[in-house]
Write a protein that binds this ligand. Structure first.
Ligand code: BGC
Length: 372
């Protein structure tokens, strides 16, 4: 679950119903929802995914323990949410022993509304400089497209501009064309993640079609770079069942886990109604809730022969610290027991393990992630 409220979820589904042209079948293999300009971007076939390459498997393992640089580059503008990427964060993350960083980026708010949807040169250079600094530390980087809110039919955030809804998918693909070309020569520690937490308007058929087109776009400039792709319903483990993978071996599949949601998102301002605080963790039944998605994702991974990556988990700061530590340690241990690499949400904000004012780790949380 993202910044998107439960209410927004309902609104998004209603908006989707209004915007779509009826059946799911209508979006498969053709321009989803009557969107224009997609003929130039055929989907990669998805009739026979071969299972993951040894490179994809090795990379999934190498992601190991990671952290999201959240609420920085995926704010409408960097700094809008009181955080910018600082060299300090890169240094402390590498020094602490994290192997990977997931880097969410709101590309959609930094590109022209009209074709050819050119990404702002300054923003592109900014993201590239961050990627380069992370790579220079030897970190793996999962470069993610985050919060293209219109694509999910979510309300825009303050500071966002709308685009013509008929070109949403085409724009998504041309954004990926530009990103993939720009980063084509980076080393193999850089991964692309096609989209964060597809939901709402992005139903499984629509998302499966769009992801297959996006992968084809990426493969034109990046023949074998590892690409991360996740299912709909905010990357839930349950939705893996409806994810249709393209016929490509260099893929890692991602999912997120915020269960038990009433614990992890208590007091979160972006959930409506705001969930009551004072919920501790973790009773036996809460443990079962936290672990179930991991078990489900692992079973999916074994059956489908693609490695799985837990791209987000964490508990918001409104919960008590002891419970947050319990939850974090539990999910980390249970993921690692299943050989699932993970990335904690997130470094230095509401879920943060690092205090950006004191310039200090929140040691109990950091130890829950990295300690013995
Ligand atoms: C969203 C964040 C949110 C987090 C937890 C992420 O996927 O992008 O905005 O804080 O989930 O809800």
């Amino acid at each position: 679950m993202g910044w998107f409220t439960r209410v927004l979820m309902v609104l998004a589904v209603l908006a989707m119903a209004a915007a779509c042209d009826g059946t799911d079948d209508a979006v498969v293999g053709m321009n989803p929802g009557g969107n224009t300009g997609l003929d130039a971007f055929p989907p990669m076939p998805s009739d026979n995914p071969p299972g993951a390459s040894s490179a994809a498997r090795a990379t999934a393992t190498a992601l190991a323990r990671g952290v999201n640089f959240g609420d920085m580059l995926e704010a409408p503008k960097e700094g809008d949410w009181d955080l910018t990427v600082r060299d300090e964060y890169i240094a402390v993350t590498a020094a602490a022993g994290f192997a990977s960083v997931r880097l969410p980026v709101r590309w959609s708010n930094h590109a022209a509304a009209r074709a050819p949807f050119t990404i702002e040169p300054q923003f592109f250079a900014r993201v590239e400089s961050v990627v380069d600094k992370l790579l220079a530390k030897g970190l793996y980087v999962v470069l993610d497209m985050h919060h293209y809110r219109q694509l999910d039919a979510d309300a825009l955030d303050d500071g966002e501009f709308p685009v013509d809804s008929a070109i949403l998918e085409q724009r998504f693909l041309i954004l990926w064309q530009q990103i993939a070309e720009r980063f084509r020569n980076k080393n193999d520690h850089l991964l692309f993640e096609l989209y964060n937490e597809a939901h709402g308007r992005l139903t499984p058929p629509r998302w499966n079609d769009l992801a297959a087109r996006a992968l084809n776009v990426v493969r034109k400039s990046n023949l074998s770079r590892i690409v991360v792709v996740g299912p709909t319903d905010w990357n839930s483990a349950e939705a893996l069942a409806s994810l249709r993978l393209p016929n490509d071996a260099n893929l890692i599949v991602t999912f997120h886990n915020y269960e038990p949601f009433r614990f992890t998102h208590q007091g979160a301002e972006w959930v409506s109604p705001v969930l009551p605080t004072g919920v501790t963790c973790c009773t036996a039944s809460q443990q079962a809730e936290a672990i179930a998605p991991l078990t489900m994702a692992k079973a999916w991974s074994d059956a489908r022969r693609y490695p799985i990556f837990l791209g987000e988990f964490g508990a918001y700061s409104k919960a008590d610290m002891t419970s947050r530590v319990n939850f974090t340690r539990l999910v980390r241990d249970q993921a690692e027991a299943r050989s699932i690499s993970w990335s904690y949400w997130e470094l230095a904000h509401g879920f943060g393990i690092y205090d950006p004012v004191a310039h200090l780790w929140r040691t109990p949380l950091k130890d829950a992630l990295l300690g013995n």
